[in-house]
Write a protein that binds this ligand. Structure first.
Ligand code: DON
Length: 334
């Protein structure tokens, strides 16, 4: 079978076999996310040659949430260099929830990873800017470059998050006190909250991932979104922290760098080949979408995509491994 047909058949099977899966719950600590239809389920694959395959609600917009951290990390690294980024934010897993204050306390209030809330705010503050609006424009620009279309804020999601983000504001001030926030905590937390409140589809998200798979060049527009030398650093960080405390299980089971968001989105990247994106709102207790994890696990297994195996072995050799994925109990952990 040609690559396109194999991928299309794996995507169609993952959609139809997981659409009725129950379990998990919408995030409700951001009130606007609690009201999203929990039955929504979309899957997209975009290859480095620009081939696009969609299933289900692939053109329904949802909040990017923590997946935005990847693109802010990319922009900050491009602007200040990976060495400075490494020393100022840190690039290690925390093994703790994405908004953990204990993770900070254990390391002298150093964030450790750009993919947890603390490190993401630190990253926002490292993007050189003359004003909050200037910094926000740069973040929208990098999200748009990765997606290949103009990405915009959801006023509804942003309003909901800005009025319920007291915990993140607290983290911003802790970082400031420890010397790991490089601008005003109020403005930085505002921009961080906005970057989480933009709307994307799985077709966008797979394009964003395919841009990473393609060394930083968007396969649909041909435009560079991030310096190629920074891509391996970003993918390494996604491997270590992309699904928070479940990152190790994900690497063990799926073998691909991934990134989740509490809006229900999840992407996985196969360097040099493609990216898979899935979206469905119900989350497990780590804040990762239940159906999206199952779907991507199944597609990766069917197509033999794990980075830790010899490529291009017999199709379907790993089929069935998806059943071993550990799904934590319903509801999101604070
Ligand atoms: O800061 C927050 O808590 C949210 N805006 C984003 C958290 C998130 O998406 C965690 N990911 N699974």
């Amino acid at each position: 079978m040609a690559d396109h047909d194999r991928i299309a058949s794996a995507v169609a099977a993952a959609w139809s076999q997981n659409r009725d899966v129950t379990g998990g719950a919408n995030a409700d600590y951001i009130p606007a996310l609690a009201t999203v239809d929990p039955d929504l389920f979309g899957i997209s694959v975009v290859t480095v040659t620009g081939d696009t395959i969609n299933a289900g609600d692939a053109n329904t917009e949802f909040a990017i949430e923590s997946i935005s951290k990847v693109f802010t990390m990319a922009r900050a690294m491009d602007e200040i260099g990976s060495d400075a980024f490494h020393s100022q934010v840190g690039t290690d897993p925390t093994g703790l929830p994405f908004n953990s204050v204990m993770a900070l306390a254990l390391h002298g209030d150093k964030p450790m990873s750009a993919l947890v809330n603390a490190g993401a705010m630190s990253s926002v503050s490292l993007i050189p800017a003359d004003s909050t609006e200037d910094r926000w424009a740069k973040i929208l620009a990098v999200q748009s470059a990765f997606a290949g279309r103009t990405i915009a804020l959801s006023e509804t999601i942003n309003q909901s998050e800005q009025t319920t983000n007291a915990h993140n504001r607290g983290i911003a001030w802790l970082l400031k006190a420890a010397g790991y926030l490089y601008d005003d905590p109020v403005g930085v937390c505002d921009v961080y909250t906005r970057q989480c409140s933009t709307l994307i589809t799985t077709a966008d998200l797979a394009t964003m991932g395919a841009t990473l798979a393609n060394d930083g060049v968007n396969p649909l527009t041909g435009a560079r979104a991030v310096h190629g030398e920074n891509v391996p650093h970003i993918l390494a960080e996604m491997t270590m922290e992309g699904l928070y405390e479940a990152s190790g299980d994900w690497a063990y089971t799926v073998g691909l760098p991934g990134k989740s968001g509490v809006g229900g989105g999840l992407m996985a990247v196969v360097p040099g080949r493609l990216a898979i994106a899935a979206f469905s709102p119900p989350l497990d207790s780590h804040g990762n979408s239940v159906r999206a994890q199952l779907a991507i696990t199944q597609i990766a297994a069917t197509l033999g995509l794990s980075l830790y195996r010899k490529p291009h072995e017999a199709d379907g050799q790993n089929a069935g491994r998806e059943s071993s994925i550990r799904l934590a109990t319903a509801g999101r952990q604070k």
